[in-house]
Design a binder for this molecule. Structure first.
Ligand code: BV8
Ligand code: ZN
Length: 248
């Protein structure tokens, strides 16, 4: 499943970085965005994951996020998440960069997680910025409002047209530039600037591996493509690396 080239690179790697997308959470039962049956099948991203859509229809957008939080609360991390968390212990310099907002990497035990697109379990008031872990009670046909000032409460995620958190972007860029091996796992590589990271890794000499059951926008540029679900591939990769390190 893994080439000699990849195993050699990993055996000598000082620094490893992984970019994950919604595909890593698919096997936990969290719908992806663009796959058939995905979250955006009935709505397009522009209709939901952007500030104007929220201001135009706060009830629809808030209920979409409430629906997603319900799914996320009901699922568990899958073997792919746990393998990525274990991988962090196998390399001195390991950075997990995720586009996912579902908190499953942290629940699986990953410690250094760079959240490029925020975290759906965090919310804040548009007006006074008061933070909310859980939404205050509100009628189903109204949008949640701040108990302090009555302002609309939004999820702490990056919407289209919004800037990513600068500290997360900087940490992701630095880890990507110094990576000896860079994995792009479970992402369609469509959304920028996150989708630019595997290209940056390649430009800076990393060996870039894509792990995904399907082709993506990045596939033509990957040094190695492993066609399979992350829940199967990642645990095998970790077992292989552990065996390599034990015999080294
Ligand atoms: C920005 C958070 C600067 C919220 C998300 C035109 C107008 C406006 C903007 C743009 C434009 N053209 C380009 C842009 C920039 C835009 C962009 O890139 N658009 C794309 C669609 C072309 N980017 C932005 O707007 C970013 N901000 O540029 O700011 C700026 C500032 C001001 C003015 C202008 C510019 C903000 C991007 C962040 C958007 N927020 N989500 C929420 O979650 O609700 S994006 C959303 O897509 C998620 O975060 C998700 O993580 C991300 C990427 O999707 P994927 O994770 O890849 O998931 P997807 O479903 O696509 O693919 C799943 C993959 O998994 C598939 O490949 C599948 O094969 C695979 N898979 C399935 N099963 C498995 C599997 N893999 C492994 N194992 C399995 N079992
Ligand atoms: Zn408020």
């Amino acid at each position: 499943m893994f080439s000699e080239q990849l195993l050699n690179r990993l055996a000598n790697a000082e620094s490893v970085a992984i970019l994950t997308g919604a595909g890593v959470s698919a096997e936990s039962g969290v719908p992806t965005f663009r796959d058939p049956g995905g979250l955006w099948e009935q709505f397009r991203p522009e209709e939901l994951a952007n500030f104007d859509a929220f201001m135009r229809n706060p009830v629809l957008v808030s209920s979409w996020y409430a629906y997603r939080r319900e799914i996320i609360r009901s699922v568990e991390p899958n073997p792919g998440h746990y393998a990525i968390a274990e991988m962090e212990t196998l390399f001195d310099d390991f950075t997990l960069i995720t586009q996912n907002v579902d908190n499953l990497h942290r629940r699986a035990g990953s410690i250094r997680v760079v959240e490029l697109h925020g975290n759906i379990m965090r919310n804040y008031c548009l007006d006074c910025r008061r933070e909310y872990k859980d939404m205050p009670d509100h009628d189903k046909d109204t949008a949640p409002r701040c108990t302090e000032c009555g302002g609309l409460i939004r999820p702490d995620v990056v919407w289209f047209g919004e800037l990513l958190p600068q500290d997360a972007v900087r940490e992701a860029e630095l880890a990507t530039r110094r990576a000896d091996v860079f994995f792009s796992v479970g992402t369609s590589a469509i959304v920028y600037p996150a989708a630019g990271l595997p290209h940056t890794a390649r430009e800076h000499g990393a060996y870039v591996v894509e792990i995904n059951p399907c082709d993506t926008d990045f596939t033509p540029y990957a040094h190695e493509v492993i066609r399979g679900p992350s829940g199967t591939v990642m645990p095998r990769l970790v077992e292989t690396v552990k065996r390599m390190k034990n015999t080294a």
